[in-house]
Design a protein around this ligand. Structure first.
Ligand code: PLP
Length: 397
């Protein structure tokens, strides 16, 4: 392996992966803010709800670890019946495998020699590693890198309209199938289809229609497989936004749900089936911030900004203060716009006081998690008892 990528791999493999119990539990006011807080009971209930829902519809639960990047959470998902864990990239997979997760699907196509060498490094007879591939270059890189005594499952990534990853042409699909069958180190595990652009369509019926149409557009690929006498053992895809839609797709074997485990403001603004709210999962993840400065009466400043919250979509929301709006005020700060109460007297208590710790629903959970080193785990007594490391933080390679 080239020394640069080997050094990067060795450094992520040395990170801690185990929870740490605090000697003395702390309350929210003692957190070193901004702090990523995970409510364990709510997360467990979300995991259980998703696993039971998919099981009841005859589909596998293949949760995506690019949401949480935490081996301890992956273990809990496996214990709740997951058929395996997804990771976005090979470095994330390396961290999960090292922490004992033995069934991993890397959902972003591997296409370069350096990444293929990382795959070879991770592979061992003790684990099932599945890789999304969508190009001849990817398969050639793997063919050059994988040792003769190793075996790897290839999942062909299929695109119909998102235009991010995945192949479309039948000719390439058949050529890759031929190449997989011709190499004893590879086996054809199945196909993947992920339509990420559909997940946050606010109207449920529109989301449903688009997702079902997207799967229907793969019919020709299933016909090509049938004509070869091949039944894919895995047909994987979908996400939180379509968890109760894609279950009607006959060929689909499992769903790659990520954000449901925490929920975030983006998903909370999406309609559920027959409801204005997304149904089935509650907010488990927040960023706690402290009010630290008040240059003017109409606003108060908290200690979390772009470095505490991903800012690619909506703004953070404080459920405890529905009339207060968060505005980003740079890397380290957010400004809360306080409600102006008509005729409020001088003696009236302000809605937020200096030193107060507030919790905010995060705009987009996956990239927010990637900004933090650990989860502060809150138990049902309202106290933080442990810290779980986000071991795959920054593993976006
Ligand atoms: C390929 C793939 N599958 C599944 C997911 C999970 O999506 P969600 O967080 O909406 O459940 C993602 C999210 O990034 C993804 O990239």
């Amino acid at each position: 392996m080239s020394s640069a990528i080997e050094a990067a791999l060795q450094s992520v493999l040395q990170r801690p992966t185990e929870p740490v119990m605090l000697d003395n539990p702390i309350d929210m006011g003692q957190l070193p803010t901004p702090a990523l807080v995970l409510d364990r009971a709510t997360m467990s209930s979300n995991i259980r709800a998703m696993s039971e829902h998919l099981g009841a519809h005859g589909k596998g639960f293949r949760p995506h670890a690019n949401t949480h990047k935490c081996p301890e959470i992956a273990r809990q998902q496996m214990a709740a019946g997951a058929v395996g864990i997804c990771t976005a990239k090979v470095s994330e997979a390396a961290v999960m495998v090292r922490a004992g997760i033995d069934r991993v699907l890397v959902t972003s196509p591997v296409s370069t020699p350096a990444k293929a060498r990382v795959v070879n490094h991770i592979l061992s007879p003790d684990i099932t590693l599945l890789l999304a591939v969508d190009s001849s270059a990817g398969l050639a890189a793997l063919a050059a890198a994988i040792d003769d005594d190793k075996r790897i499952g290839i999942v062909l990534d299929l695109d119909v309209s998102m235009g991010r990853t995945g192949l479309r042409e039948d000719e390439l699909f058949l050529r890759l199938l031929d190449q997989i069958e011709a190499d004893p180190r590879f086996y054809f595990a199945g196909v993947q289809h992920y339509a990420g652009h559909i997940m946050h369509i606010p109207e449920f019926e529109k989301r449903r229609e688009k997702s079902l149409k997207s799967w229907q557009r793969l019919a020709d690929k299933f016909e090509l497989l049938a004509a070869r006498g091949v039944t894919p053992s895995i047909v994987t895809g979908g996400g939180t936004g379509t968890y109760d839609i894609d279950t009607t797709i006959e060929q689909l074997t499992d769903i790659q749900v990520g954000s449901y485990i925490f929920m975030d403001e983006e998903y909370r603004q999406v309609q559920g089936a027959g409801s204005d709210r997304f149904q089935g999962f509650e907010l488990a993840l927040t960023v706690a911030c402290t009010a630290i400065s008040q240059p003017q009466a109409a606003t108060i400043t908290v200690d979390g900004g772009y470095k505490a919250f991903a800012s690619d979509s909506v703004n953070p929301v404080c459920d405890a203060l529905p009339d207060v709006q968060f505005r980003f005020a740079g890397d380290e700060h957010g400004v809360l716009i306080l409600p102006q109460v008509e005729g409020a007297g001088q003696n009236e208590a302000p809605p937020v006081q200096l030193g107060q710790v507030l919790e905010f629903a995060v705009p987009h959970c996956d990239p927010t998690v990637n900004l933090h080193d650990q989860y502060w785990i809150r138990e049902t007594d309202g106290m933080v008892h442990s810290i779980w490391p986000i071991s795959a933080r920054g593993c976006s390679w």
